[in-house]
Structure formats: structure tokens, C-alpha cells
Design a protein around this ligand. Structure first.
Ligand SMILES: [Mn+2]
Length: 299
């Protein structure tokens, strides 16, 4: 059959069957409410293109050995609800088979669809862990309730899903009050500023099953300049990796996304950084399953 679209890491790994792959790449080039720099619709293709340069060995194991299947990029045109519906249908199908959806944005709004679908597939005791420079807790922004600035508000208030925020360093006064009033847990960027490796400890009562959303602007703009709303003072690479490792070991990661990459033409380092992030996190998730099996599960 003629190949019609590029697959994640396909130059290095034999293609996986859809039915047996643990990881399912879903490209969601959704871009509707960008407030500053544009270009997130090009994010998924740039990450997949950069993935071809990855080593299959991530310095510890070969995450791709568990199977990576890349789906045909989703059509994100049309109304918000139509596009988000297509994303949530796809993520729901993957999650309900027990596989792990890996959604590539696109703007952060795509996470609303993923979180809704995973909650439906896996039920309660489910939370969302967010890496981001911004809280994204506005009830509406620039006239839209589905702006990328409202993502976590939709997830928290509309779907009743607990959230935890990491890397925050920009928010409105209303969002700050909302966080306090609703006791939303966080480890803000300041916690990382004076410690090379601060320990991420999620609250004991935070759900065991999680979806992790990584807005690439959580990273410092010195290593991640390719994003629409950069903020100084973000996480370093190893700080992000240490947090993802801690999450993998203490929670069951049911899926994750990497969003808000707005590729800069001719400058491929940020695209590769995002691809590396995707692949490294896959490795952590797989290895954590071995550790948990040995320990008899995380429950
Ligand atoms: Mn965001």
C-alpha cells in the first residue's frame, strides 16, 4: 500500500501494527485562537519529521520496542466542537483499547478533547498534570471559552477533573484567586529557579491515573523559543525530565500530549527537543511499568 503520511521514527524502527502498538501518535494540527505568535498547526509534522533523527535507544532502553503506531493526521478544520470531537473520538478509541495516546498539538485547546475522552474511557480517579508557563484557567479569553487560555478551566470546572500545574510563571489576578479558592496544586517555576533538581511530590490524594499535558512553553525560552507565548524563567531540560520520571513512577500515565510548538523555519533544534521529549517520556512510562509490576502495582 502506498504510504500517504510520515510516521514517528519510521526511518529507524520497523512499522508497528495498529492493534499491537502501545503508543499511538495522534497529530492534531488545531490552531484557532492563537493570541500572540502563530504556527502551532505546523507542530505535529515538525515533531514527526525531527523524530527521524532520534536514536532508538534513549540511553536506557528502546522505547520504540513496545510499538509506536502513527495515525493519519486529524482534520482539525471546521468549528471548535467538530474539530475537538474528532480528536476526542480518536483518543477515546485508543484509550479504551488500553493503548497510550500521544497527541501532538496544535494549540493547547486539544487537551480538552483528550482529557474528556480519557475520563470517559477510564472512569474516575483521574487527573491531569499540566506543564505550562501559564495557568490557562480563564473562563473565557478573547471571546472564546475554547481559547488555549481556558484549557485547564474547561478540564477542571466543566469536567470536574483534578489538575496539578508545573512551571507556571504567568497568570492573571483572577486566575491566581481561582487557584487559591479551588486549592489547585502546583509547583511553579520559582521552585525550580534555585535548585537544579527540586523533587516533585504530587499530593497523596491526587488521582493515580493521569493524563500529562506538556505545553512546550513550560521549558525556558532559551531552549524552547519556538512557541507562541514564551515567558522567561522556565524549566531546564533535566528538570522537566526529572518531573516526568517522578510522575511515571508514582502514577499511571494513561496518555500525554505535547502542544504549542510553533516551528521556526530553518531552526530545527526546538522541533527535535519536542521529539526527544515525546520519546524519552515513552521510555519512562514503559520502564515504570516494570518497576510497578515488581512492586505489585502502584495501588
Ligand atoms: Mn498552555
Amino acid at each position: 500500500m502506498k504510504k500517504s503520511y510520515p510516521r514517528f521514527l519510521e526511518y529507524e524502527l520497523p512499522p508497528s501494527e495498529e492493534a499491537s502498538a502501545l503508543f499511538h501518535i495522534v497529530s492534531a494540527p488545531y490552531e484557532k485562537t492563537v493570541s500572540y505568535g502563530k504556527g502551532t498547526a505546523n507542530g505535529p509534522a515538525a515533531i514527526i519529521s525531527a523524530s527521524q533523527r532520534l536514536e532508538t535507544f534513549d540511553c536506557v532502553s528502546v522505547p520504540g520496542a513496545c510499538g509506536i503506531f502513527t495515525h493519519k493526521p486529524l482534520d482539525c478544520r471546521g468549528s471548535d466542537s467538530a474539530a475537538l470531537g474528532r480528536i476526542s473520538d480518536k483518543v477515546g478509541q485508543i484509550a479504551s483499547r488500553g493503548a497510550i495516546p500521544v497527541v501532538l498539538g496544535g494549540e493547547h485547546t486539544v487537551t480538552v478533547a483528550s482529557a474528556e475522552a480519557i475520563k470517559k474511557a477510564h472512569g474516575d480517579d483521574f487527573g491531569v498534570i499540566q506543564f505550562d508557563a501559564h495557568t490557562d484557567l480563564r473562563d473565557s479569553y478573547q471571546g472564546s471559552r475554547f481559547s488555549h487560555g481556558c484549557v485547564m478551566r474547561r478540564i477542571f470546572s466543566d469536567f470536574g477533573i483534578p489538575i496539578f500545574q508545573i512551571g507556571i510563571r504567568s497568570l492573571s489576578e483572577e486566575e491566581a484567586v481561582f487557584r487559591i479558592n479551588n486549592r489547585i496544586g502546583s509547583m511553579d517555576a520559582g521552585s525550580f529557579a534555585f535548585s537544579a533538581r527540586p523533587e516533585l511530590v504530587l499530593p497523596d490524594d491526587f488521582p493515580k491515573k493521569v493524563f500529562v499535558t506538556v505545553d512546550v512553553d513550560a521549558l525556558d525560552p532559551s531552549i524552547m523559543p519556538a512557541t507562541g507565548t514564551p515567558e522567561p524563567g522556565g524549566l531546564g531540560w533535566h528538570q522537566l525530565m526529572a518531573c516526568l520520571e517522578a510522575i511515571s513512577l508514582t502514577r499511571d500515565v494513561l496518555g500525554f500530549d505535547v502542544v504549542e510548538l510553533a516551528p521556526i523555519k530553518g531552526f530545527h533544534f526546538p522541533d527535535f527537543t519536542a521529539a526527544r521529549l515525546v520519546y524519552n517520556f515513552m521510555g519512562m512510562i514503559i520502564r515504570s511499568r516494570f518497576v510497578k509490576n515488581k512492586q505489585g502495582g502502584v495501588e
